[in-house]
Design a protein around this ligand. Structure first.
Ligand code: SAM
Length: 365
């Protein structure tokens, strides 16, 4: 159609002549044109369709008169008024983007040019958007208000049916109200599968609601009720789907606890050997170990603190180029955006050999 448009516009002529030629072609090819079969007009700007997008959807919009160019009378207004303020409408009229009907009794439309057409990826799953909240309400009654916008079980169950096999483990790291667990259990019931789930969720506690624990009170509680059965919000008993789960809590471990037990001296020696620099002994009293290599300074940071970051910045400035090894390379890269330094993790084989080991004296708890 765009090729036809270009050829018609090249031939020239008035808008009326263009429309006559285009209408003849359009009539002949209409059956082949969907989804572009509403692009039945052409003017000197190109092929276009009329769109009701000037009409305000849902609630009351802008009210003003738009005069019909031939009858001079105000055009019939859309039910909810116009979508744009009057100034925008004036611009659209000046740009000749407004399409008028035969007279003022017809609603006006916006010209949408073919060159601006973009295909839409239609939804492939059709579901009632209220299903998720209703399903949660069936389990929790009015308490269900504690979680906004839970997904419908059917949606997750359908997606899981495509991407999992009956023995798989499904991980949902942002579990919210726990819909994924219910969908897994429900799918298992349907196909006699043995899928398991791991759900992770935050408490959603804030300064204002420090005692909130969405994970414990909504997510885990939902899983518990779905497993053991419950009485729904209509007072009807719902049989449990069976199975079981463990509820585990994570807490932040102070970095110092994790790093205790690491054999820093051996790691420092190995790093120097990797970089082929003259060996210097590990000096526990220093915040960082440094050794001059051929092209750059090799630095090892046993631990990170604000004071050490400052000292590191100074060392990098003095060095020109630095390779900095630490246990928190991502944190360093975030805090010191210095192109002269590369922030490396301790190589895995050194972590395995000299890192903290559980059970070791002073090692990981
Ligand atoms: C969009 S909701 C998930 C909705 C869920 N699919 C359902 O149907 O209930 C995302 C959830 O992730 C949780 N969340 C946000 N940040 C998190 C984090 N860092 N770790 C774990 N969970 C997190 C939020 O508490 C929220 O409940």
């Amino acid at each position: 159609m765009l090729a036809l448009e270009a050829s018609l516009l090249r031939k020239g002529g008035t808008a009326a002549q263009l429309q006559k030629a285009y209408s003849a072609w359009f009539k002949e090819h209409k059956s082949e044109l969907p989804p572009l079969d509403n692009y039945k007009y052409i003017d000197l700007g190109g092929i276009y369709a009329g769109s009701r997008s000037v009409h305000n959807p849902g609630k009351e919009g802008y009210r003003y008169d738009v005069l019909h160019p031939e009858t001079g009378k105000p055009c019939k207004q859309p039910l909810m008024g116009y979508r744009f303020p009057e100034g925008t409408m004036t611009d659209l009229l000046n740009e000749k983007r407004i399409l008028f009907g035969d007279d003022h009794t017809k609603l006006i439309e916006l010209k949408i040019y073919l060159r601006d057409y973009r295909r839409k990826l239609s939804s492939v799953v059709t579901l009632d958007g209220r299903a998720g909240p209703n399903e949660l309400k069936a389990i929790f009654g009015d308490e269900s208000k504690v979680f906004n916008n839970p997904k419908p079980i059917g949606l997750l169950q359908e997606l899981l049916s495509f991407v999992t096999s009956p023995g798989d483990i499904v991980l949902d790291f942002f579990a919210g109200s726990g819909t994924t667990a219910q969908a897994v259990m429900s799918l298992n019931k349907e196909d006699e599968g043995n899928r398991r789930f791991i759900l992770v969720s935050s408490t959603e506690a804030t300064h204002e609601t420090p005692d909130k624990n969405l994970c414990r009170d909504v997510c885990a509680e939902r899983v518990r009720r779905v497993i053991t059965g419950y009485t729904n919000s209509k007072g009807e008993p719902v049989t449990g789907l069976g199975g079981g789960f463990a509820y585990l809590r994570c807490r932040r471990i102070p970095a110092a606890t994790v790093f205790r037990g690491i054999q820093h001296a051996q790691i420092w020696t190995a790093l120097q050997l990797i970089h082929d620099v003259a060996l210097s002994p590990y000096q526990a009293a220093l915040p960082m170990q440094t050794a001059q290599g051929k092209r750059s300074v090799v630095i090892y940071l046993p631990k990170v603190s604000d004071a050490i970051l400052e000292a590191l910045q100074t060392a990098i400035q003095g060095a020109g180029q630095a390779v900095v090894y630490s246990w928190q390379p991502a944190l360093l890269a975030q805090r010191l955006t210095d192109p002269r330094a590369s922030f490396e993790a301790i190589p895995a084989f050194l972590v395995n050999r000299f890192g903290a080991r559980s059970g070791a004296k002073g090692g990981r708890p």
